[in-house]
Design a protein around this ligand. Structure first.
Ligand code: SF4
Length: 56
């Protein structure tokens, strides 16, 4: 599927674990505890209705 997170403008492959995952930057990070917030981790092969193709 071409409209997968890995091809989305909001996806950051970064160093997220496990493999084949990345971070979604569509929304601000969500509070993980009282000291930090984290970007949601998504599968590179997954998708959502907010998909936006990367420019270029
Ligand atoms: S969850 Fe949606 S907005 Fe986030 S990277 Fe995947 S397709 Fe893009």
């Amino acid at each position: 599927m071409t409209d997968a997170c890995k091809a989305c403008a909001f996806f950051e492959a970064a160093e997220a674990k496990p493999a084949k995952t990345g971070l979604c930057h569509f929304n601000p990070p969500l509070p993980a505890d009282d000291k930090r917030a984290l970007w949601p981790t998504v599968s590179a092969e997954d998708w959502c209705a907010r998909f936006e193709a990367e420019a270029g």
